[in-house]
Design a protein around this ligand. Structure first.
Ligand code: EPU
Length: 426
């Protein structure tokens, strides 16, 4: 397993380019199953999870041509309606093929994802919504077996009120509804920008969708969708992660970092919290600049919640900032019940954090010092990288494959800014 070795204390300076969003790319790739036409996707990030989704689609029979940050998908000869356990267990987002397969072919067999490091993460809302649309879903040998009422028939439009706000749940149901008979309304829908990006692709494919980006999405089903082209939106979590890295190093060692190709308007809550924490930011339409302002970081309290509030996917990275800020701040996690595994690893670097229920109480310390730590999930790894960049001496981050799932060339981007970071293969 690869490790990252980071020598902290380097000044970061210069510009970096943001890649396409993982959490937009995954549902968009799954949407290719909705049509026999050709889907051309550009600004596709080069990530392990994207590779896993492409492998899954290829196994089903999708014809795929890969280029540099682009891919062409043609699902005109699907031979298998199954998402097998070996791939699903490595990536929960595999569940996103369920809605499209069921909608177009009237049948699907998808392995249940099971628990994961950050929490239990059930898929009951995906199932409940599809059942409301007329699907029969049973669980056999660890697989969800889904069928429409009539073999190979269409789903039926329905009014669905989800019990909680779910991102991939909303995406699965929105995709399924595009080919259903009649209208579907999804109430309590997630409002994440990635849902809007997916809706844009579906609309370009011929779907009739209103309200994506609000908590009420209305889809008028059509009989067929066709091919389309789309550029994946910039990754707002990658953007936020680099802003936190820059904020940490600039406050300690000076320098100036520009994050380019970003979409600042998808990051309001994160930008507000960074400003509150004492970070000097200048936003343009598609770039954000972080520079030293002579003031110390003061940190900020954050509470994760659904978009447009502060994202759970930025919690670990922001906590790393609070660890080196003045004063004591509270980080409250409301989305996942077990997303504090980075806390004990940050503590190994010298951070002072106590956990009470879903709140981490973070007391800023004057210095962190390098140690060997273990990445436990994708965003936890990013939080450790940020802490390591300002820790004294060398930090070794083990199990870095988590980082490769969701950050394109993170060490190359940081190296270009002046960080001392190398990958050690084992
Ligand atoms: N939930 C249920 N039942 C369901 C669906 C969700 O109880 O049927 C619960 C979950 O257990 C969780 C909450 O609802 O407590 C929200 O989960 P959600 O379904 O919104 O999460 P997700 O769709 O599985 C996506 C992102 C995650 C991100 C969350 C929250 C993708 C591929 N994944 O997951 O991204 O943390 O939304 O914003 O879009 C990451 O990129 O590191 C990552 C984990």
């Amino acid at each position: 397993m690869d490790k990252l070795v980071i020598t902290g204390g380097q000044r970061l300076d210069g510009a970096i380019q943001i890649s396409g969003a993982k959490n937009a790319a995954l549902p968009i790739l799954a949407a290719s199953l909705l049509t026999a036409g050709t889907l051309e996707i550009s600004n596709l990030p080069t990530l392990r999870d994207v590779g896993t989704m492409l492998r899954l689609l290829e196994r089903m029979g999708t014809r795929i041509e890969r280029g540099n940050e682009r891919v062409t998908l043609k699902a005109d000869a699907i031979g298998s309606l199954e998402a097998a356990y070996d791939l699903v267990k490595t990536m929960r987002a595999s569940i996103l093929v369920l809605g499209p397969m069921l909608a177009r072919f009237g049948e699907a067999r998808v392995s249940l994802p099971g628990g994961c490091a950050i929490g239990q993460r059930p898929v009951d809302q995906h199932i409940k919504g599809l059942q409301a649309m007329g699907a029969t879903i049973t669980v056999e040998q660890g697989y969800l077996l889904a069928r429409t009422e009539r073999a190979g028939g269409r789903l039926k439009g329905a009014r669905i009120v989800t019990d909680m706000v779910t991102v991939t749940g909303t995406e699965n149901l929105m995709m399924a509804a595009t080919l259903a008979e009649g209208a579907t309304t999804i109430e309590n829908a997630a409002r994440e920008p990635e849902i809007v990006d997916l809706a844009e692709v579906l609309i370009a494919m011929g779907a009739h969708i209103r309200g994506a980006g609000t908590d009420r999405i209305v889809v008028e089903g059509v009989e067929n969708l066709h091919g389309a082209s789309h550029a994946v939106m910039p990754d707002r979590i990658e953007t936020g992660t680099f802003l936190c890295a820059a904020a940490a190093t600039v406050s300690r060692h000076g320098g100036e970092v520009i994050v380019q190709g970003a979409r600042p308007r998808t990051l309001d809550a994160v930008l507000d919290k960074l400003r509150e924490a004492g970070v000097a930011l200048e936003c343009d339409v598609d770039s954000i600049r972080v520079r030293a302002n002579g003031h110390a970081l003061v940190g900020a309290n954050v509470r994760t919640s659904e978009y447009p509030a502060f994202p759970t996917d930025m919690q670990a990275q922001f906590m790393a900032l609070d660890c080196i800020a003045e004063g004591t701040n509270h980080v409250i996690e409301t989305i996942f019940e077990n997303r504090f595994m980075h806390v004990q690893e940050l503590s190994r670097l010298g951070a002072s954090i106590e956990i009470e229920g879903n709140t981490a109480i973070v007391k800023g310390v004057a210095r962190l010092s390098g140690a060997t730590v273990m990445a436990t999930d994708l965003r936890a790894s990013a939080g450790l990288v940020i802490a390591a960049l300002v820790a004294e001496g060398e930090t070794t981050i083990d199990r870095i494959y988590h980082l490769d799932r969701g950050y394109q060339a993170m060490e190359a981007k940081l190296t270009a800014l002046g960080a001392t970071i190398r990958r050690v293969a084992e």
